[in-house]
Design a protein around this ligand. Structure first.
Ligand SMILES: [Zn+2]
Length: 428
């Protein structure tokens, strides 16, 4: 074991000369330094000025911790006077490693941002022994919740809505760059989900970016569809790239089929009013019915098969639903082939009837309306897969209780946790 365990380190801060280092009762370092700068830039005329004019009061600047002890730099910045400008204004020196408030180094701010990823402001402020205001300041100064079009070139874009508060019709639209599924970037967080809400952002997309887009994934609500119609003049380009997300197609179909289940259950419950055993068997059939067969355990499967025995038409309904899902699961199938298969499926579904009502009729109508764009899935293979993953992340952020004071805080958190993460954390 070496006897000497001291080492000297470079603070990485220019224009400083260390005079002395004190350690306080907490073990924290106080580094007293003088500034070696001999000039600065006049804040009025922008010229370099060298005429010394005293110094400012002492600044105490927090820098990166050393061996888990906090580090404070004590320094008085020199002031310089300008002979070029009227009234000879003075400018105090400010090194490029200092943040805007003059109280933290930029390296320290980055350190804070790294800890903020997937954490709350409260958590981080407690761990850093500072206030929430200081931590929020770091976010506000460093995180931009917007994009620069000359810095990105998305090939595939996802547009999706999230509900802010269930039952309050408060929605956000999240627009993201989904070109690389494992490296999704948020492009915009927009209040609302109507056409008018999203058009202003869509209109900022430069023409060349719009023309080079390979795919845009959207839901079936119609408002994103019609907003995109407004900004993409070329109809054949629109039909090539705008893709209705397959999970939204599946959900629509699932909902229609589930309504049929509810009707059947209601009727059967009445029919077996006095048959305890049958009533018991009808219980807990909702989940098994909504699932794919391979997700069911023996008991769930038994209940489902019992239900189908009581109402064979419901089995047909269920199987038709699964048959359409299966088409979307087919790998390496061309758009034309998929179209043929779905057309055949529609023909079968159209003949399905129970008591004069066909749950597939309105689904098929919607399918026909968006056919070209639904079928684009088989060309682009974009889907809510990545966008859904993003939604989970958003749910977590919501649960952590961020951003409900205003949307821009929430947006900044999303940009930090998703976009900035790539640059702040070392690649694993
Ligand atoms: Zn000047």
């Amino acid at each position: 074991m070496a006897k000497k365990t001291k080492l000297s380190i470079d603070l990485g801060l220019s224009s400083l000369k260390i005079k002395k280092v004190l350690i306080d009762s907490h073990g924290d370092y106080h580094i007293y330094a003088s500034c070696t700068a001999k000039s600065t830039i006049c804040h009025k005329c922008g010229k370099r000025i060298t005429k010394s004019h005293g110094q400012c009061g002492e600044s105490i600047i927090e820098h990166l911790p050393i061996l888990d002890q906090r580090v404070f730099i004590h320094v008085k910045w020199p002031r310089f006077k300008c002979d070029n400008c009227d009234k000879n204004p003075t400018t105090s020196f400010k090194p490029e490693w200092l943040n805007n408030t003059g109280e933290l180094t930029k390296a320290y701010e980055n350190f804070v941002l790294k800890f903020l990823i997937n954490s709350t402001v409260k958590d981080v402020s407690e761990k850093f022994g500072t206030t929430e205001e200081v931590i929020e300041g770091v976010i506000n100064r460093n995180i931009k919740a917007s994009i620069e079009w000359d810095e990105i070139s998305p090939k595939k874009i996802g547009i999706d809505e999230i509900a802010l508060r269930k039952g309050h019709s408060q929605y956000l639209t999240i627009i993201s760059d989904i070109s690389i599924p494992k490296k999704i970037n948020i492009m915009a967080v927009i209040k609302g989900r109507s056409k008018d809400n999203i058009l202003p952002f869509l209109k900022t997309i430069p023409k060349d970016v719009l023309l080079s887009l390979e795919a845009i994934s959207i839901d079936m609500s119609g408002s994103y569809f019609s907003a995109l119609k407004d900004i993409i003049d070329d109809n054949s380009h629109f039909n090539r790239i705008v893709t209705i997300d397959r999970f939204h197609v599946a959900k629509l179909l699932g909902d229609k089929v589930d309504k049929e289940r509810k009707k059947v259950i209601k009727r059967l419950k009445k029919e077996f009013e006095n048959d305890e055993e049958q009533l018991d068997q009808l219980k807990n059939t909702m989940w098994p019915f909504r699932q794919h067969p391979h997700n069911l355990n023996d008991d769930e499967n038994k209940r489902l098969q019992n239900l189908f025995k009581l109402e064979p038409a419901l089995k047909e309904c269920y199987e038709l639903r699964e048959n359409l899902y299966e088409i979307f699961e087919l790998d390496d199938i061309l758009k034309e082939e998929a179209k043929k298969k779905i057309d055949e499926w529609c023909k079968r579904a159209e003949t399905y009837k129970t008591k004069g009502f066909n749950p597939f009729t309105s689904f098929i109508e919607t399918y026909r309306k968006y056919e070209e764009n639904i079928l684009n899935y088989f060309t682009h293979h974009v889907s809510s897969g990545p966008v859904e993953g993003l939604n989970n992340k958003i749910k977590v952020i919501k649960r952590r209780g961020f951003g409900f004071r205003n949307i821009s805080n929430f947006a900044k958190r999303l940009f930090l946790d998703i976009n900035y993460k790539h640059t702040l954390l070392p690649a694993t």
